[in-house]
Design a protein around this ligand. Structure first.
Ligand code: S3P
Length: 183
């Protein structure tokens, strides 16, 4: 809620790497005329380093501190679509900020599709292992509960095009925010 008690009407996307948060988030923002915000982008802009450089030079814990700071700086947002990094749900303090921000949607995809999507780039330090499939499985298993506790709506994007997924999220957001006006 804002200071005047009105809902913030942000749509917050959480989910594993490769679930489509950034691409689908951009489509949603375009559709609604909302601003698109990406926490990984904020972290990189503020630190002047890429995510991989941060992990390499300072480690995951240092990255998580920057991630929490980036989320804290978004508390004032209204009518934005926020894409978060896959591990943003891990800290309880982050989950509280995500809930405060607005309607939290978890995007998922099958293991196969996730692997296909993440193999297209090497920008994800946590999946640069000898066996990305095994890494993905164990990370997903350990994160599942955090995604489930924070999300108000979960959408499996495996068989959906980007516009289809965006439409479904918008439909749910309309219900959540009790928007009755036509598109
Ligand atoms: C991470 C996901 C990445 C990025 C960082 C850590 C994670 O974001 O924040 O590499 O812990 O799952 P994407 O989910 O956008 O790839």
């Amino acid at each position: 809620m804002t200071d005047d008690g009105a809902p913030r009407e942000n749509i917050v996307l959480v989910g594993f790497m490769g679930s489509g948060k950034s691409s689908i988030g951009r489509s949603i923002a375009k559709k609604l005329g909302f601003q698109f915000v990406d926490t990984d982008y904020i972290i990189q802009e503020r630190s002047g380093r890429s995510i991989s450089e941060i992990f390499q030079a300072s480690g995951e814990e240092a990255f998580r501190v920057l991630e929490t700071r980036a989320l804290e700086s978004l508390r004032h947002l209204k009518r934005c679509v926020v894409a978060t990094g896959g591990g943003a749900v891990l800290r309880e303090e982050n989950r509280a900020i995500l809930r405060h921000l607005g309607f939290v949607v978890c995007l998922t995809a099958s293991e196969e599709v996730t692997l296909q999507r993440v193999s297209r780039n090497t920008k994800r330090p946590l999946l640069q292992t000898e066996n990305p499939r095994e890494t993905l499985r164990s990370m997903l298993a350990s994160r599942q509960e955090s995604y489930a506790t924070v999300a108000q709506f979960t959408l499996d994007t495996t068989l959906l095009t980007q516009p289809e997924a965006a439409d479904l999220v918008v439909l749910e957001a309309r219900k959540a925010f009790s928007w009755h006006r036509p598109e």
